[in-house]
Write a protein that binds this ligand. Structure first.
Ligand SMILES: [Zn+2]
Length: 287
């Protein structure tokens, strides 16, 4: 962390990456087929997305999308002070993420829209902050957009203890504050920004399409977790709710993106985070 945040310009839209957490290795639990040996067969991943030894680099970050008249935060990471998370280091966090955002020019009260690509633990955390023992919306002037299908799916699954905690501290408080708008998976937010349905990782998962002037970009969300899945779309994540549908979505999206000028910005891609998909033999790679 530190230094100037990474930014991209897409026509009149500017996208800024605000990093919460970067990790190396310990990703076998999420992509079990991505062994060190398999990763070393994909040298284009090194050094941005993997180490020389073949260990995966990953990132949890928010992307602030600015159009001429909107300020949209796409995904809100893990958050501070949360409890009941399955990953030990995701509990009781105390990081200066909001200070980093403010220093980058994005005070919390200047955000008008929060978009959650899906409702997993690492995408909703900064929806709320702990104030006097209560969870309060972090972005009081924002509408929080969540997929209608996604919200219905998780709010009917209180049996999963980890997900119940996430909903209770990071989703329900913004819902009760009246800040949530449930939207369709192809919802248009404004002239330049719209959603694209990419189900499989979760039933209501969406990606974010940015089109301005002649330029286009796509924020992936978690239909891919790591660029190795561009070369190996059949590698499922253990977090995918429907592995077959997730694979179909990856193959469909990669086929559509390949050899186009569309900038692909990865929600968990480390390092330079973005690139263009090109065909490479039977599959693809990121340039
Ligand atoms: Zn995620």
């Amino acid at each position: 962390m530190g230094g100037r945040p990474m930014q991209w310009k897409v026509g009149r839209v500017r996208i800024t990456k605000v990093v919460e957490l970067e990790t190396v290795g310990s990703t076998r639990f999420i992509l079990p087929l991505a062994s060190n040996e398999e990763i070393r067969k994909l040298p284009w991943l090194i050094p941005h997305f993997a180490t020389e030894e073949g260990r995966l680099k990953m990132s949890i970050h928010s992307l602030v999308v600015e159009t001429p008249d909107r300020r949209i935060v796409v995904d809100t990471g893990l958050g501070n002070d949360k409890q009941g998370r399955n990953v030990p280091t995701w509990n009781n966090r105390a990081t200066p993420f909001l200070e980093t955002m403010t220093a980058a020019g994005f005070a919390s009260d200047s955000i008008d829209t929060v978009l959650c690509t899906h409702l997993h633990v690492d995408h909703v955390g900064w929806n709320t902050v702990l104030v006097d023992g209560h969870w309060a919306p972090t972005f009081p002037n924002a509408r929080y957009l969540m997929g209608r299908v996604e919200y219905a799916h998780w709010s009917s699954r209180h049996g999963r203890a980890d997900m119940a905690a996430v909903l209770a501290d990071s989703v329900t408080p913004v819902w009760e504050a009246g800040l949530v708008d449930l939207v369709e998976a192809d919802h248009r937010i404004c002239e330049e920004i719209s959603l694209a349905p990419t189900p499989g990782h979760t039933p209501g998962h969406v990606s974010v399409r940015i089109a301005s002037r002649d330029a286009e970009a796509l924020i992936t969300g978690d239909f891919m977790h790591h660029p190795c899945q561009i070369a190996r779309p059949e590698w499922s994540s253990t977090a995918d709710s429907d592995a077959a549908e997730a694979r179909q979505t990856r193959e469909r999206m990669l086929t559509r993106l390949a050899d186009t000028p569309i900038l692909v910005i990865g929600t968990h891609f480390a390092g330079r985070t973005a690139g263009r998909v090109v065909r490479d033999g039977d599959a693809f790679r990121l340039e």
